[in-house]
Design a protein around this ligand. Structure first.
Ligand SMILES: [Zn+2]
Length: 271
């Protein structure tokens, strides 16, 4: 996160500034990443680092507040135990999200958009529904779900992990931490045929559900040598820029829509 953009982030402002900002725009953006191995060529903070540029672009253009981004996230069973990965348990992550929303709402923020760059729907979706029962308006969006329709226009391969897509994004959002001389290709072992597994960028509507639903993948710490799923050598900065630019556009569209439908001070009647 750049200090030039510090005026966009909650943690650099005083409480009266935060309260004043909510009187102009009461939408808060909540980035959620993870600390996870991303092969030998990407930093472990990749999922979180990519969100800084995206969040700052959206906040700058819409006036929405950026909440401090937790570096950690929740992980499915097959990510655990790989060196470099620091997983939160599902319940820890779920409660963290709920506490952040409750705290931020106390300063006058009425609408929340959690945007995340790491597959953790299994932890964030329950948090959103718990908060809904308490009366909080929260939308939770995974970045790759915003742009599934254009994925194949930009990338040769589907979105998996530390691969063509993620490495391209890294080359655009935090190139100073990417080492393409270590980029490689690797594929995981799955316990069922690929046609029964829906990947992050798939639109096929597999009956087995999305990739985190089921114990279908071999534990990565035993299965992967490098920690890549896909072909990172196909990555380019240009592909990353096209992808991230579209993600930003669509997030802005969402914020503007909420602003129009629920003007500042209006809380959607969730409860
Ligand atoms: Zn990632």
């Amino acid at each position: 996160m750049s200090l030039e953009k510090k005026h966009l982030w909650w943690q650099y402002l005083s409480w009266p500034e935060i309260v004043e900002r909510a009187k102009r725009c009461d939408i808060a953006l909540f980035p959620m990443g993870s600390i996870e191995q991303h092969g030998p060529h990407l930093p472990t903070g990749h999922d979180t680092l990519q969100l800084f540029k995206i969040g700052e672009a959206v906040a700058e253009r819409t006036g929405a507040m950026l909440l401090p981004c937790p570096w950690y996230g929740a992980h499915p069973y097959h990510h655990w135990h790989f060196p470099g990965t620091i997983p939160l348990k599902i319940d820890t992550c779920r409660e963290l999200v709920k506490d952040v929303v409750r705290g931020a709402a106390n300063a006058g923020y009425n609408k929340f958009i959690i945007f995340w760059g790491h597959g953790q729907a299994f932890a964030l979706d329950p948090a959103v529904h718990d908060l809904g029962l308490e009366g909080y308006f929260v939308i939770s969006v995974m970045l790759w779900n915003l742009v599934k329709d254009i994925h194949t226009e930009i990338f040769e391969d589907p979105f998996w992990h530390a691969d063509e897509a993620e490495t391209s994004i890294g080359l655009y959002t935090h190139p100073e931490f990417v080492d393409m001389s270590k980029a490689a290709k690797e594929l995981p072992t799955t316990f069922v045929d690929g046609r029964f597994v829906e990947g992050p960028s798939d639109k096929k509507g597999s009956f087995a559900g999305e990739f985190w639903q089921g114990t279908w993948a071999a534990p990565e710490y035993k299965d992967l040598k490098k920690g890549i799923i896909g072909d990172a050598t196909k990555a380019t900065r240009e592909k990353g820029e096209r992808y991230v630019t579209k993600v930003i556009e669509r997030l802005i569209e969402l914020v503007e829509h909420i602003k129009t439908r629920y003007p500042v001070g209006v809380k959607p009647p969730v409860k």
